[in-house]
Ligand binder design. Sequence first.
Ligand SMILES: [Zn+2]
Length: 136
Amino acid sequence: MGCGLHVRPHTNADYCSVLRSELIAIDMALDFVLEHQLFGEIWILSDSRSVVQHFDNWRDGDRKDQTALARLSSGHLKPLRFSRGDKQFNICTKCNMIEATPQHLLDCLALVYDDLLKRPYLLLEMMKEYDLMDLI
Ligand SMILES: [Zn+2]
């Protein structure tokens, strides 16, 4: 017995990467599977290595990822510099313009705080895709 689910990605908005659309589509499919309790074997077919990697991490529940999520939600990022008593963040390596505060990292990826809670692995995948993990 099996169940096939085909999810067509949404039209991509300019700020929305193909990877993100694909992850959201798969996320929605998994939500559907869980909601309808269609347990059994789940096959995720994708030609994107990042997507496969994403679900590898999802399954393993990588501890480093958990730490990154905790830092992002608490606002305490790792490489803080202090200058004359002021907190300073490193410059965001994606846009190279703005300090990489937790809020900016979300903004820069067109994500919202809610994504941190509801789609943490999507968020982590985006951070990795843009090499932002070192900033967290
Ligand atoms: Zn940025």
